[in-house]
Design a protein around this ligand. Sequence first.
Ligand SMILES: [Zn+2]
Length: 75
Amino acid sequence: MRQAIAVTRDNLADGTISDVTTGGDCKPFDELVSSGKWDDVLLYHFKCNTCGQLFELSAETYHGAGGWWKPLKHR
Ligand SMILES: [Zn+2]
């Protein structure tokens, strides 16, 4: 799962995707990654800047297992 988080961070950094996570008490994703203090459960949403495809990133970081990176249905 850390691999997915690293890829997401890189895609954010080069402008491929944007963090469109809304609501909740989640920090911005880049803040979260740089702090290294990940919440037990993550749920973030990202949008492809090219085609508008939405993606969902979820990770259960405490146990290091579980989580997913998946495309959501196009609007
Ligand atoms: Zn795309």
